[in-house]
Design a protein around this ligand. Structure first.
Ligand code: HEM
Ligand SMILES: Nc1ncnc2c1ncn2[C@@H]1O[C@H](COP(=O)(O)OP(=O)(O)O)[C@@H](O)[C@H]1O
Ligand SMILES: [Mg+2]
Length: 412
């Protein structure tokens, strides 16, 4: 830091042509000017006190003001010392750092230096003797160099602040990524533990229910148990998919068929029973190369979100349309919508506003869409509703041509 200041100091001296003659001229002024320095100090503090922003920096009371007067006098005397070497530079650079530390706004360096210049110039102009032009020129150069040194401290401090902000941001990102990885691992092993017993329980209940008459009072109870198991199973699968995403297994997908399968599952959901559902499909929809299972998961998440956001009887609409080189799937609802804050965070893993949400639905949707080389966009307005648009290419760049032969086009 000091070395950089010294470099800048020497550079400025050269730039302005501040040399031995200037040093000698200033040293020659010392005896005549020093007795008059109190006048400069007085004017300096008069200005500092007259302006609220500078007065505010002087928070230390009369003791601080007195100490400052002394330090400023010394500093002024230093201008006429005649030795403008590395030691001089080191001392003077420290002053700038003090100003940064006390929070003096940088532009006052110019204003305050100008006040010092005006006072010293008036003093020198009133002195007897010759060659005042050269003496004034030397002083002016030195004050310019001093201003440069002071500003150098502000730049140092600004650079240090920017670095600190960057470091903080990097650490925050790292911590977040580590946390996510840990949560993901934990979730994945837990989900794995739960998945198999859950399938067993579901199978057993189905067997028991198959032996009951539909009029049996236990019939609807077991139906509800199965629905709850389904819900659990979905959360567990979400966790697994999120923690261990699989690359898409491409095949030629029949979108209408995939949609039907999703609707079969959804119609059993209480949230979906409450709403009105409309959907439109053009007749000539092209097949697209995609992972059909992942597409179903995508549609499921979007439609469930839409249903969950809707009031009873609310309308949820799904529309699919061919669109240059692919298809656009749009899920629309007239539900609660999202505030700007929620909208900004919806794709954040584990972010949820629901009592029993996982916060993984949309992050999974985004992973799926991006793995397919597509785009997902959400528009939402609080109280008015939400529209999620997914654009998929008919043939994503990474789809494996070998799998997409005519055989797989026939069936999945
Ligand atoms: C360009 C003109 C200025 C010069 C030459 C100057 C000079 C000095 C010097 C020599 C010091 C002591 C540095 C140290 O101990 O490290 C100092 C400190 C300080 N100056 Fe200045 N100063 C200037 C402008 C200002 C202005 C405009 C303010 C406005 C309030 C100000 C407020 C202070 C304060 C608060 C301190 C620190 C006092 C402490 O250590 O508590 N300075 N200044
Ligand atoms: N259609 C929608 N309408 C209103 N808010 C939504 C909609 N879809 C998602 N959100 C908001 O985004 C959050 C995250 O959604 P998601 O990732 O699917 O997780 P989850 O549904 O488990 O909460 C939801 O909790 C909700 O606040
Ligand atoms: Mg969801």
């Amino acid at each position: 830091m000091i070395r950089m200041s010294l470099g800048a100091f020497e550079e400025m001296k050269q730039y302005l042509g501040f040399g031995e003659a200037d040093a000698a001229n200033l040293a020659a002024l010392a005896d005549l000017v020093v007795p008059q320095l109190p006048r400069v100090v007085a004017r300096f503090y008069q200005e500092v006190n007259a302006h609220p922003e500078t007065r505010a920096v002087l928070s230390g009371g009369p003791a601080q003001a007195e100490a400052l007067r002394r330090k400023l006098s010394e500093w002024l005397r230093g201008l006429f010392s005649g030795r403008y070497d590395a030691e001089y530079c080191r001392e003077r650079a420290q002053v700038g750092r003090t100003h940064v530390r006390v929070g003096l706004p940088q532009h006052y360096m110019f204003a305050a230096m100008e006040v010092i210049w005006q006072e010293l110039r008036a003093i020198i102009a009133g002195l007897p003797g010759c060659d005042q032009e050269a003496k004034l020129a030397a002083l002016h150069k030195l004050l310019t160099i001093e201003t440069g040194l002071m500003l150098e401290s502000y730049r140092e401090s600004y650079t240090a602040q920017v670095r600190q902000v960057e470091r903080d941001a990097m650490w925050a990102r790292l911590r977040e990524a580590e946390q996510l990885a840990q949560i993901g691992q934990l979730a994945a092993s837990l989900a794995h533990e739960i998945k198999n017993p859950l399938a067993g329980i579901s199978g057993a209940i189905q067997v028991i229910r198959a032996n009951l008459k539909q009029t049996d009072p236990h019939w609807p109870v077991l139906g509800e148990v199965l629905r709850q198991i389904n819900r659990l199973d979905r959360s567990v699968k979400d966790l697994l998919v999120f923690a261990r995403p699989k690359p898409p297994q491409y095949q030629w997908c029949d979108l209408p068929r995939a949609i039907e399968r999703v609707l079969d599952l959804l119609r059993k959901e209480p949230e979906f029973e409450r709403i009105r559902f409309e959907y439109s499909l053009p007749r000539d929809l092209p097949p697209i190369a995609a992972d059909e299972h992942q597409l179903e998961q995508l549609l499921m998440n979007l439609l469930l979100n839409a249903a969950q956001a809707s009031a009873p009887g609310g309308l949820v609409r799904l529309s699919v349309a061919a669109r240059d080189g692919g298809v656009r799937i749009v899920v629309q609802d007239r539900g609660c919508g999202m505030s700007a804050d929620v909208l900004r965070r919806t794709f954040e893993p584990f972010f949820t506003t629901k009592a029993r949400g996982t916060g993984l639905g949309l992050p999974i949707c985004r992973k799926i869409v991006e793995a397919h080389g597509g785009k997902i966009a959400i528009a939402s307005e609080p109280g008015a509703g939400t529209e999620v648009a997914v654009d998929l290419l008919q043939h994503p760049p990474r789809a494996d041509a070998g799998v997409l032969d005519e055989h797989s086009r026939a069936d999945r």
